[in-house]
Design a protein around this ligand. Structure first.
Ligand SMILES: CC(C)(COP(=O)(O)OP(=O)(O)OC[C@H]1O[C@@H](n2cnc3c(N)ncnc32)[C@H](O)[C@@H]1OP(=O)(O)O)[C@@H](O)C(=O)NCCC(=O)NCCS
Length: 339
């Protein structure tokens, strides 16, 4: 069966930077605690006029520019986010309109921090049917954050990434294999419980900012993230008869540095093979793997004939891993990137 590939990458982070010291003036925390527990030093935060759709548009437009494609060439826009433009319609439809992607069908998916790998698996199936698909992972977490909750507010940042997936023409990053999973029985460990049909928002919760509160049992999430990401990667390697030594890079969801180091340990790989820029961007949810991939290309870390393993884990729980083969380097543009 025909393969599919990532043929262009666009990424965007807002220009505003919030450092750990800035946070320590907003809540009872400090740079030392955040750095030692998470590796994070700063995060990019959307400006008031920015929205999930506007950031997504910047990333998608950059991906189209790189591919020298017109938005009219797109058959699908699959947008993954936990922080949509509004409840309905889909954020993907706002992006479709901004791009003038007049032939594209546009839909949102919600997969938490593993959402990009899940969405990519769907895009791969469409691309094998000769469709050209824009996959967007995007998150404006700062606007859905309880800024008095130091347990979670320090962990996240804003950003958007977009990749164009198309039938392979022996170019780009081939989507060789992927396995993704979900376990809804663990939903209560990491969730934003208010605002849906199960828990309407009472006025007193709005007054306290609690409707933005992400409920997270940090230690449980930590253990599950390490175990599940490593397990998924082992399965992908086993399915493809690949040994860990054949892997040039792990491209992980940038949850936090301690999780990435622990995943490296579980995979018996040196931490130097597990890409991290979490200190600059923090956890950008659905966007994070795309930002990492774009940054790796721009830093000159990727080259043809390399094998990459991506891993991700997030609320749901959902998690997964993908094996990618670099046939040729796709064009990558990363707007707002820290050098
Ligand atoms: C959140 C996390 C960094 C907390 O680290 P930890 O070592 O488990 O810390 P603890 O939860 O034991 O908290 C230790 C203390 O620090 C305090 N603390 C929590 N956040 C703090 C902050 N930002 N600044 C200072 N102190 C903080 C806690 O209140 C606690 O104080 P106490 O002992 O007086 O109750 C860690 O559990 C983690 O990384 N979890 C995974 C989170 C994640 O990546 N989620 C997204 C997955 S996609």
């Amino acid at each position: 069966m025909a393969k599919s590939a990532i043929i262009s990458i666009g990424a965007y982070v807002p220009s505003k930077i919030l450092s750990n010291d800035d946070l320590s003036r907003m809540m009872d925390t400090n740079d030392e605690w955040i750095r030692t527990r998470t590796g994070i030093q700063q995060r990019h935060i959307a400006l008031p006029e920015e929205t999930t759709a506007s950031m997504s548009f910047e990333a998608a437009d950059a991906a189209l520019r790189g591919a020298h494609m017109s938005a009219e060439d797109l058959d699908w826009i699959l947008l993954c986010t936990d922080t949509p433009e509004m409840w309905t319609p889909a954020t993907a439809c706002f992006v479709q309109e901004c791009l003038k992607a007049t032939h594209a069908s546009a839909i949102d998916l919600t997969g938490g921090c593993a959402g990009f790998l899940q969405t990519l698996e769907l895009a791969d199936a469409l691309a094998r049917q000769q469709k050209t698909v824009m996959v967007i992972g995007t998150e404006l977490l700062s606007r859905s954050m309880d800024w008095s909750d130091r347990n979670t507010a320090v962990l996240f940042g804003d950003g958007a990434g977009a990749v164009i997936v198309s039938p392979s023409r022996d170019a780009g990053i081939q989507l060789t294999h992927s396995r993704t999973f979900s376990d809804g029985s663990q939903a209560d460990i990491l969730q934003k419980p208010y605002g849906g049909t199960r828990n309407p928002i009472p006025p007193e919760i709005v007054a306290s900012g609690g409707h933005h509160r992400i409920h997270m049992e940090g230690k449980k999430v930590f253990r599950q993230a390490v175990y599940r990401m490593a397990n998924a990667a082992h399965q992908v390697l086993q399915d493809t008869n690949t040994s860990p030594e054949d892997i040039d890079w792990v491209v992980p969801h940038q949850a936090n540095q301690r999780i990435l180091d622990a995943v490296a340990g579980e995979l018996h790989l040196p931490t130097s093979k597990v890409f991290s820029h979490v200190r600059h961007y923090a956890n950008t949810g659905s966007a994070s793997v795309i930002l990492a991939l774009a940054d790796m290309i721009l830093k000159g870390l990727l080259e043809p004939n390399q094998r990459l393993v991506s891993v991700a884990f997030g609320d749901g729980f959902s998690w997964g891993s993908a094996l990618w083969d670099v046939t040729s380097l796709p064009p990558a543009e990363f707007l707002g990137r820290d050098m």
